[in-house]
Structures are given as C-alpha cells and as structure tokens.
Write a protein of this length. Structure first.
Length: 286
C-alpha cells in the first residue's frame, strides 16, 4: 500500500466516523436530500441528539462503480453503553471525490454488514441485518445499492404464507400458498405435552389451536448457483402450543429476476440444517 493510499484511508475513516459520532454532520438535512430514493421511517430521519456512537464495522470496497475504493461503515448509536442494543443504525459511504451518503436504519442487536451482488449489476450491494430482540427471534434486513453514489433501497422478499392445522395421530398438515405444496410434520415425540394441554386425547383432536408461522428469523445471503451472484435464504419458525414449542421451519430461497424477487425453492422441514451454502466473501479478495 502506497504512502498516499495509507494517508487517504486513515483520513477518510477518521472523517466519516468522526462526523457521524461527533454530530458535526447534519443528518436530518442529508437524509431529506435523498428521501425520494431511500424512504426511511419518519422516526429515522434524524439520529438522537444524545447517546453514544460506535463504529461497528468498516470496509473499503467499490460500491459506487467508479473504480475507486469507497469507505463503507456501519455505525450504531446507544443510549446505554452497557446495553447490547443499538437505538439507531447508520450506513455511511464516503468515496474519493464524492459526497458522503448516510443511510439511517432501525436499531437492533448484533448488527452485521455484508456485501454481495444481488441484483446482477456487477457491483456489490450493502446488506445489513440485525436482531429485533424478544422471544420471537426476528431480524431486520436491508439491501442498498450505491451505484453512481445514489442510495437505492432494494425491497426484501415477503415471508411465505403457510396454512397449518393439527390432524389426528399427532400430525400437523401444512400448505405453502405460494407453491401449493403440502407437507406433514410428525409431533408424536411431544404427545404427552399435547395431551396434558388438552389438545389431543389418545391421538384424537380435542381442542385444535392455531399453528403459528413466524416472519423471518433468518434471511441470509447465499450463492446457491455458485455463479458469483447472491440469492437470499429465508427461515421462518413454526410454533405450536407456546413460542418455545418449535414444530419445524419453513425455508425459502429467493433469486432476483427482472426487478423483483422470485421464489426459487420452498419447503417445510422438521429440523433446520446446520450447514448453509456460503456466500462469496469479498474479504477473501484482500
């Protein structure tokens, strides 16, 4: 790395993070400048005037397409330094000779930033995920394109719609509406609990209850085709008599095609596979 490159990198990181954390940058004015392209929730247009900011993650990578490295940072603001929760999150993108872009996001736990080409425009988009907290295990997920230094939100695929009902002999019948395919889960391993709660009586339905299919607990970039472009793999949890009663999972794979997400695969499974296809990591190129 040349002396100029080192100086530029250090200066760029210090400037970007310094403005974010010190409050020198007018977030509200900047956010309003690109509200037509990136419509954040009204409560997210300006960061809190008080709180502690932290640099969570940073990466040098060309996301604008000008052939020059940009400094992309994920920054969080906390009102309580002892809490793992970030009240607000921000993506900061600063490039050589380009105006800084700041994208406000909702807060969360364990935020993480990744890069991959989802929309097939030969540039990496910025992917950010964070846990919402609570017993549901839900996540907030975002994809942003910064092509030509213009922030554009890429919509996320909607969770699958699944109809589920309890059947006799400790079975759960499930149908994915988007594909029309049906699946059956065997819950005989927990029949004692279901008998105790009065749902079944010797294998016969007595008091059917609603089977819940949650929103995404995971929406992860994966390169299923190994072609250098990322799909999204979604996981939705299926619960029975209580939130802790996990019956199985609905899995889906989504591929971007002609400006929208297309469902490539969908299934219901009793147990979730521990191994997932690894997305190509741009850090491997360093």
């Amino acid at each position: 790395m040349s002396r100029f490159r080192k100086f530029f990198t250090i200066s760029l990181r210090a400037a970007a993070v310094g403005m974010l954390l010190s409050g020198a940058l007018s977030f509200s004015g900047l956010a309003e400048a690109f509200t037509q392209t990136v419509p954040p929730p009204p409560s997210q247009l300006a960061p809190p005037q008080s709180g502690q900011g932290q640099l969570i993650q940073t990466r040098e990578i060309d996301v604008t397409g000008d052939g020059k490295l940009d400094m992309v940072s994920l920054v969080g603001l906390k009102s309580d330094l002892n809490s793992p929760y970030y009240d607000k999150l921000f993506i900061s993108v600063t490039g050589q000779g380009q105006a800084q872009v700041v994208i406000p996001l909702e807060g969360g736990y364990n935020p993480k930033m990744d890069f991959c080409d989802f929309i097939h425009d030969k540039l990496p988009q910025i992917y950010v995920t964070s846990d919402t907290g609570g017993s549901g295990g839900f996540t907030s997920n975002y994809i942003y394109s910064l092509k030509n230094n213009v922030p554009t939100a890429i919509p996320m695929p909607e969770p699958l719609h699944v109809k589920a009902t309890f059947k006799n002999n400790y079975k759960v019948k499930m149908k994915i509406e988007e594909t029309g395919k049906s699946f059956t889960l065997d819950i005989a391993d927990r029949k004692e609990a279901y008998e105790q709660f009065g749902i079944y009586n010797q294998g016969k339905i007595v008091k059917p209850i609603i089977v819940n299919v949650d929103a995404y607990s995971l929406l992860k970039p994966v390169d299923v085709d190994r072609d250098g472009f990322c799909e999204l793999k979604g996981v939705q949890r299926i619960t029975g008599i209580a939130n802790a009663d996990t019956l199985g999972y609905v899995t889906s794979v989504w591929k971007w095609h002609k400006g929208q997400w297309k469902l490539k695969e969908a299934a219901v499974t009793q147990t979730l596979a521990t191994s997932m296809v690894r997305a190509p990591s741009l850090e491997d190129e360093d």
